[in-house]
Design a protein around this ligand. Structure first.
Ligand code: SAH
Length: 222
């Protein structure tokens, strides 16, 4: 049998060695059983520091990227947080321990359903998974103290940025479908850049559109 707890500790030490300095973030990663968020046949890779497929052509991000984005979000225990792109629910589980509550939106019904069930089973009672397109945010629960976008986006849509509370901040991978840069956007419009990353694309109304997408027309002349 593999020693998953030992592997998790090793992963946390490697995150610390690789520049994750926020102790609270490291502790949160140390408490989340990532093996529960990956497909059964990949459990042995759960604590490798790399992205893993989770079905529907999507991936759970590399732990270092999850930790880095959480650190950049600079959360407080009272924060009301929006996550765009629930995927497996792993990032939401890490955040759940550090904030008041997380609203996490996912456009793929099977992923939303399994993430919601998994998060409930593991006792993350302050995460609510919503099925839908959140490329332009999720207005019903706005404003948010923090917003995290976990899919590659061509731009930070004004409607999404408009859902930030005063003093809030948003973290997103912004760029092309192939490569993006982590951007921190403050509610007052200031932006910081934090290095290159690779995410699966944000789809839907304000994301990248693709031929054959069911929820939007293919690109055409405007
Ligand atoms: N945070 C996730 C990984 C996200 S992968 C985790 O911890 O596992 C990106 C996810 O964003 C995918 O599941 C994808 O289906 C979802 N997604 C893409 N476009 C979206 C949109 N417009 N609204 C909501 N979710 C979206």
């Amino acid at each position: 049998m593999t020693d998953l707890a030992g592997e998790r500790e090793r992963l946390v030490r490697s995150l610390a060695r690789n520049g994750i300095g926020d102790e609270r973030v490291l502790e949160a990663v140390a408490r989340v059983p990532r093996e529960r968020f990956v497909p059964q046949h990949l459990v042995g890779d759960a604590y490798a520091d790399r992205a893993l497929p989770i079905g529907e052509g999507q991936t759970v991000s590399q732990p270092w990227v999850v930790a880095r984005m959480t650190e950049l979000l600079d959360v407080r225990p009272t924060d009301h947080v929006l996550e765009v792109g629930t995927g497996s629910g792993y990032q939401a589980a890490v955040l759940a321990q550090l904030v008041h509550d997380v609203v996490s939106v996912e456009r793929h019904a099977p992923l939303a359903e399994s993430a919601a069930a998994r998060l409930a089973e593991l006792g993350y009672g302050n995460v609510r998974v919503v099925l839908g397109d959140a490329s332009a945010g999720y207005a019903p629960d706005a404003p948010y103290d923090r917003i995290i976008v976990t899919a590659a986006t061509p731009l930070i849509h004004p409607e999404l940025a408009g859902q930030l509370a005063p003093g809030g901040r948003l973290v997103a991978p912004v760029g092309s479908e192939q490569v993006q840069e982590l951007i921190v956007r403050h509610a007052d419009g200031r932006e910081e850049r934090h290095g290159g990353v690779q995410f699966v694309p944000l789809l839907g109304r304000a994301g990248f559109r693709r031929d054959g997408e069911r929820d939007g027309p293919p690109p055409g002349p405007r």
